[in-house]
Design a protein around this ligand. Structure first.
Ligand SMILES: Cc1cc2nc3c(=O)[nH]c(=O)nc-3n(C[C@H](O)[C@H](O)[C@H](O)COP(=O)(O)OP(=O)(O)OC[C@H]3O[C@@H](n4cnc5c(N)ncnc54)[C@H](O)[C@@H]3O)c2cc1C
Length: 383
């Protein structure tokens, strides 16, 4: 299918594919096994200017859009989703700064992010606040010149590895979600430490860690936008970032499809390659069709985001839900096509299945996102 990518997107795709094939494919199983953060690969991505994509030109970036990011994330995820999410989480960490930061804040932080010298992360989730994000307990108490941050964030991608954290905390406990604000917190600020490092089912080479704030002073100049804007910032962030999770899902599904087709061509049973068996062909046909449908929805949504359309919550939720459900189904079917071999770690399909699962969970579980889609349908008048 021709998705009519522009020249920049085609260049990004071939550049990322080259890095993924040459640098990531040979080490992905080892990174997964060792649960090792892929610093060498992150440095390669930085050297190829891929962190510049999501930074505006004024701050040494390329000023790319949602589709540019999706193209890169998909190519990375086609080979290794753990690398893809470590990369995409930087974008997640800085979208609030790009969208709501002052010139001074952007000038201070974005050039180093664009150069890949520093990674970023986004911290909302807490032990008692997952889907119910409005239940966060982390507080940012106003003091002379800034805020004192107290609380624990859980399951934070790039936790410990990133230098810059966009943290959502309550600046006014009495107002609940309306009292939340976004603060830029730097690694090394006194009172900011890292807690438990999670051991995960999939995306094992990515870092998922607790952030612990104990009387951590954050200057007022590090608050994004006004006090109380925290949840408006989050909603805008997820509208823009969810197609990226969709792209991660499309990439891992594409990788699994390719692995299954290659295996089916080479595996001989009953005297011929198993791809000649119609039951196998039909499975592969369904897998390929689903991947293409998911890619079409993700790209169309990314283009809608890039058009500047105001309310894209429903489209972004649909792209993430559909693509992640496809990723789960296709990766499981890839194992089925490959039989016992698919179940073994010598082949990539089992890792892809483990990696696919998270796309149905983070940035809003698929059940919660179906609520979002349902609410939008409820509001809509069909003409
Ligand atoms: C590997 C990993 C990386 C992550 N990275 C980050 C990160 O970088 N930053 C960050 O802030 N967070 C991050 N998260 C957190 C992630 O966004 C949450 O795990 C997710 O939002 C779900 O929250 P929960 O795990 O607390 O599940 P819960 O909210 O406890 O949900 C449990 C179950 O109940 C269902 N459920 C809950 N409420 C509803 C509802 N209203 N309607 C229907 N079903 C519902 C859920 O769908 C789910 O099936 C990460 C999580 C993981 C696992």
């Amino acid at each position: 299918m021709d998705y009519f990518l522009n020249e920049q997107q085609k260049t990004l795709r071939s550049l990322t594919r080259e890095i993924a094939e040459k640098r990531i494919r040979p080490v992905r199983a080892e990174l997964d096994e060792k649960e090792e953060f892929p610093w060498d690969i992150i440095k390669d991505l930085a050297a190829s200017d891929l962190f510049r994509i999501f930074v505006p030109e004024q701050y040494d970036g390329l000023g790319g859009g949602c589709l540019d990011l999706c193209v890169v994330v998909e190519e990375l995820s086609r080979v290794c989703s753990a690398v893809a999410v470590s990369y995409a989480a930087v974008d997640l960490g800085i979208i609030p700064l790009v969208e709501f930061g002052s010139h001074e804040q952007k000038q201070k932080y974005l050039p180093d992010i664009a150069a890949g010298k520093k990674l970023a992360a986004f911290a909302l989730t807490e032990p008692s606040a997952g889907s119910d994000a409005g239940a966060i307990k982390t507080t940012a108490q106003k003091v002379e010149g800034g805020y004192v941050l107290n609380g624990t964030k859980q399951f934070i991608t790039n936790g410990g590895e990133a230098e810059l954290y966009t943290v959502i905390a309550l600046t006014d406990k009495t107002r609940g979600a309306r009292g939340a604000s976004a603060l830029l917190v730097e690694k090394g600020m006194p009172g900011f430490t890292f807690g438990k490092k999670e051991k995960k089912l999939g995306i094992r080479a990515s870092a998922t860690r607790e952030l612990v704030f104990k009387d951590c002073f954050v200057p007022e100049s590090n608050r994004l936008s006004k006090e109380g804007m925290g949840f408006i910032i989050i909603m805008k962030l997820f509208d823009k970032s969810r197609p990226g999770i969709g792209a991660q899902a499309v990439g891992v599904a594409q990788g699994a499809l390719e692995a299954a087709v290659e295996y089916a061509k080479g595996r001989v049973q009953f005297g011929h390659p198993i791809i000649a068996i119609q039951a196998v062909q039909h499975m592969l046909a369904d897998m390929a069709t689903q991947v293409e449908a998911a890619r079409s929805l993700v790209y169309a949504t990314a283009r809608t985001v890039d058009s500047g359309a105001k309310n894209v919550s429903q489209e972004s939720a649909m792209a993430k839900v559909f693509a992640s459900d496809v990723a789960m189904k296709v990766t499981i079917d890839a194992i089925q096509v490959m039989g016992g071999a698919g179940y073994m770690r010598d082949y990539p399909a089992e890792k892809m299945m483990r990696d696919a699962k998270i796309t149905q969970i983070y940035e809003g579980t698929n059940q919660v996102l179906r609520n979002v889609i349902g609410q939008e349908l409820w509001k809509r008048k069909f003409e």
